[in-house]
Design a protein around this ligand. Structure first.
Ligand SMILES: Nc1ncnc2c1ncn2[C@@H]1O[C@H](COP(=O)(O)OP(=O)(O)OP(=O)(O)O)[C@@H](O)[C@H]1O
Length: 286
């Protein structure tokens, strides 16, 4: 069952068009990471997916669109970037509300996470540090009986060991049910490199992707050749950087560029893999 599909979705705020997404198709059982510059629309997209705001046009189909809102909301767990009005309550109070709202709320899992994350149950959340709030929101999000977990910058501000804990819990979440899916946004390339199966780029409200991360990292390459005019027009080449007599090419299609260079009798001096940060930056600049 497809957890999510979007078709011709448009969202305006006031007179500003914030999102225009032709289509988006999410396969179950994988981690989808959303990357985009500040203000590109990631949070707005997640609010639409979670049903917190409405589209101006187009359709959002959750779980094949077969269920009414009160049913699909039981299967979708959204973790916002910030706590909002929840911060005036303690974790214990919020857990009680969640238990009432979600039929299969996992109290045992919630208690384990609260204990492992060393979170106080009775203190108001607005007294928590940034990282503690993220851990608290993760515990709440994971204890809901969801099939689709949507998280807005879930690791921002979390300490190094906390990040490892949270990522481990996401994997456990996925492993327990093959129909489960994770969507999250981030500005940190290493999170994309480590966690993504698919990458979606948001550029000024429009979506580019999904791209399989492994495929992207295999296809991109740096190549060094003797400088000559016309290198920028070799198929696959995205950038040329020349130092003295040598040019470094950034290719988005390693095989094609290599073949074209060989056909045109260039001698490739060196080939090197491109790091995920450079791939993301290049894709966002397109
Ligand atoms: N309530 C609002 N009123 C007016 N404009 C808004 C509102 N919420 C969002 N926007 C605008 O919508 C656009 C997308 O914002 P959004 O928060 O979705 O971006 P984002 O990709 O999540 O950004 P960031 O990476 O900085 O978190 C921005 O131009 C923002 O100014």
């Amino acid at each position: 069952m497809k957890p999510l599909t979007l078709s011709h979705v448009q969202k305006n705020i006031g007179s500003q068009q914030i999102l225009q997404i032709e289509s988006m198709d999410i396969e179950p059982g994988s981690i989808h990471v959303f990357v985009g510059n500040n203000g590109s629309g990631k949070t707005t997209l997640f609010h639409l997916i979670a049903g917190m705001i409405r589209t101006d046009s187009g359709t959002i189909n959750r779980f094949n669109g077969l269920e009414p809102e009160e049913r699909w909301k039981q299967k979708l767990s959204y973790m916002p970037q910030e706590l909002g009005p929840h911060s005036y309550f303690s974790l214990k109070e919020i857990a009680r509300l969640e238990m009432a709202a979600y039929t299969n709320w996992d109290e045992k899992l919630f208690n384990r996470l609260v204990s492992e994350f060393e979170l106080p149950l009775k203190k108001k959340l607005d007294t928590f540090s940034v990282g503690m709030k993220k851990k608290a929101m993760t515990a709440l999000a994971l204890a809901r009986p969801s099939k689709l977990l949507v998280m807005d910058e879930p690791l921002a501000g979390v300490d190094i060991s906390g990040q490892e804990q949270l990522k481990k819990e996401w994997i456990t979440y996925l492993e327990q049910d093959e129909q489960r899916t994770i969507l999250f946004s981030t500005h940190t390339p290493s999170e994309v490199g480590e966690m993504a199966d698919y990458i979606h780029f948001l550029k000024k409200g429009a979506l580019d992707g999904p791209f399989e991360k492994d495929q992207l990292t295999e296809q991109y390459a740096y190549m060094w050749v003797e400088h000559a005019p016309g290198l920028a027009s070799i198929p696959g080449v995205k950038k040329v950087q020349t130092t003295g007599k040598t040019s470094m090419l950034l290719s988005e299609d390693r095989e094609l560029t290599e073949q074209m260079l060989t056909d045109q009798r260039y001698e490739i001096q060196q080939i090197q893999a491109v790091g995920i940060a450079d791939i993301l930056r290049t894709k966002l600049e397109e």
